[in-house]
Ligand binder design. Structure first.
Ligand code: AFP
Length: 343
């Protein structure tokens, strides 16, 4: 707690917010233990129930969600909760200063194969003129986030956190059950030779996006003139952690599988917290909408479980991807870039 407390002090984090973050992190230590015990604690497998996203819930999804909700319900500073696993907002304390959203166990398809999973969380100011149980509490731009972070349950348990200042990395010291600061300022290199995408979706991508990936694959003799490698963990926490620690670009683009809902990742508790962590580490995070590119943190949500396309990581590589998406074949058409100074 000493390292976390120093960081709270450096960032001038309000005492009430500190208590919310501390509650969240205490639960992640319990989840880390359950993930480690796995079959020994009978937490693998599914519960044969679908969540609001239409995904079959894993036992650990339910356990993590219940633990987080139970802990935060006791905190008088939390006005409302939103979880990937719950369809509606959960109202808590009317006078609470904060609203909290989380994906209790991101990458849950990895649970049963002993792969990386994680908890992603974000805290926004509660809105006084809005009912505590209203989704409007969460229809705030990502740039309003007071804190964003994730805990990655990998070979070690890593916490990556920003309170608006630098993006820091802590490692769980399991002997003392305490997060110890191990990188005071993560920095995403501007350029990269590593990309992260689910290539199996290629046939559903736009032609411009296919061309961008084809040029990454073309190697030293292609137009990019260098060889790229590819990694895909199927858990955003794992893939973004690699981008934050080693560099790279992570993409989950729009695809044509579900025309009315072309993106997969959720804005509130996946894209926004990751975008804040990446931007505060010097990277970029954007999303492709019809004929325009948006900084993720500028998107005004209109649904609690809204999905957005995500392109984030090395600043120069994100820019190059945007050129492929919007400018290359459309040089005579205006390209709308919202909040242009961010790009
Ligand atoms: P689950 O938590 O349902 O496993 O989904 C994980 C996720 O939302 C994100 O963490 C991954 O990047 C992405 O989905 C993986 O999607 P694909 O299974 O389509 O590769």
């Amino acid at each position: 707690m000493r390292d976390l407390q120093n960081c709270f002090n450096q960032d001038a984090v309000a005492a009430e917010l500190q208590s919310v973050i501390t509650n969240l992190l205490d639960v992640t230590k319990e989840i880390a233990l359950a993930v480690r015990q796995a079959a020994l604690a009978d937490v693998l497998g599914s519960v044969q129930v679908q969540n609001v996203q239409g995904e079959t819930q894993k036992k650990l999804d339910v356990i993590a969600n219940d633990l987080l909700k139970a802990a935060l319900k006791k905190n008088i500073h939390v006005r409302a909760l939103a979880s990937e696993e719950d369809e509606h907002v959960i109202a808590l304390h009317n006078s609470g200063r904060y609203v909290v959203a989380f994906d209790p166990l991101d990458g849950s398809s990895n649970i049963d194969v002993n792969g990386q999973v994680g908890t992603i969380f974000t805290v926004y100011p509660g809105l006084d003129n809005v009912a505590a149980d209203s989704p409007l509490q969460f229809f705030q731009q990502g740039k309003n986030q007071l804190c964003a972070g994730y805990v990655l349950y990998g070979p070690s348990t890593a916490l990556v956190l920003t309170n608006g200042g630098p993006t820091r990395c802590f490692t769980l010291d399991s002997h003392h059950n305490e997060f110890v600061l191990t990188n005071a300022k993560l920095q995403v290199p501007q350029n990269t030779e590593e990309f992260s995408i689910n290539m199996a979706n290629q046939r559903f991508w736009s032609d411009n996006f296919k061309r961008y990936i084809a040029d990454l694959l073309a190697g030293e003799t292609g137009v990019r003139g260098k060889r790229f490698t590819m990694r895909w963990n199927a858990a955003m926490v794992g893939d973004v952690h690699r981008v934050l620690t080693r560099g790279g670009i992570f993409m989950y683009p729009n695809d044509s599988r579900h025309p009315r809902q072309p993106a997969k990742l959720r804005l509130l508790y996946e894209a926004n917290p990751m975008a804040m962590l990446v931007e505060n580490a010097g990277g970029k995070a954007c999303s492709e909408a019809t004929n325009k590119i948006q900084r993720i943190l500028d998107i005004v949500p209109d649904a609690l479980h809204q999905r957005v396309s995500v392109i984030l990581g090395a600043a120069n590589e994100v820019d190059i991807c945007i050129v492929y998406l919007f400018k290359r074949d459309q040089v005579d058409q205006p390209v709308l870039i919202e909040n242009e100074e961010a790009y």
